[in-house]
Design a protein around this ligand. Structure first.
Ligand SMILES: C[S@@+](CC[C@H](N)C(=O)[O-])C[C@H]1O[C@@H](n2cnc3c(N)ncnc32)[C@H](O)[C@@H]1O
Length: 205
């Protein structure tokens, strides 16, 4: 099975179990106010890999006009219930073709890490293109080198991850054109690993 099909099928199977682990006490929740503060009320936000929509899509949709996209049909179904003010599309985030300078902000928690890493740079370039000048992005990456890894027991199903180490991710976002506002390593609530979180800005040219 292709890697993205493993991810789509896996999250279709575990949508409810994964949702049960999401809550408003997660450490990464504390990073949201920095992102929210940089975007005007009502701004257009892309939540890429929105999952079941709780708590992040729901919270963002209290402030902004949010479009959640996800490759998993079941996650989108769940997200529509959890974040009724947001809009949703079931699509691979690497295939997005919104106009240039369309979004005020792009948010993506724990989703790029499920995409083969040879697609990460082009994804970032496309995020940069779709952001308005002075737009911001808050993204999660791996912190350790991981060409590809496969587990058969992620909430009892098969799952795929891929990504670069923190230093390479920092180089990559800069090469895509972003200015880094901050970067932080945060422990994963589901395991021992740490993830890199970056708050990025598309500088006005
Ligand atoms: C670990 S969950 C995180 C969900 C949510 N962002 C959160 O933090 O609660 C990762 C989500 O990314 C989605 N995803 C993975 N690869 C994707 C892709 N290529 N395009 C869109 N969504 C994708 C998965 O289906 C899953 O819902």
């Amino acid at each position: 099975m292709k890697d993205k099909e493993i991810v789509r099928k896996g999250f279709n199977e575990i949508a409810l179990k994964y949702h049960a682990e999401r809550n408003e006490e997660l450490a990464e929740m504390k990073l949201l106010p920095d992102f929210v503060a940089l975007i005007s009320q009502g701004g257009k936000i892309l939540d890429a890999g929105c999952g079941g929509g709780y708590p992040f899509t729901e919270l963002l949709s209290e402030h902004f006009d949010v479009l959640g996209v996800d490759i998993s049909e079941k996650q989108i179904e769940l997200a529509k219930k959890n974040a009724p003010k947001a809009n949703f599309q079931c699509i691979d985030m690497t295939k997005l073709s919104f106009p240039d300078e369309y979004f005020n902000g792009i948010f993506s928690y724990y989703a790029i890490i499920h995409i083969p890493r040879d697609e990460h740079f082009d994804l970032l370039v496309n995020f940069y293109r779709m952001l308005k000048p002075n737009g911001v992005a808050l993204l999660t990456f791996h912190s350790e080198d991981d060409p590809s890894s496969y587990y058969d027991d992620f909430f009892d199903t098969n799952m795929f991850w891929s990504g670069f180490d923190a230093e390479k991710n920092i180089q990559m976002v800069k090469k895509a054109g972003f200015k880094i506002i901050w970067s932080k390593l945060i422990g994963d609530s589901l395991g021992d690993s740490k993830h890199l979180f970056v708050l990025l800005e598309k500088k006005q040219k």
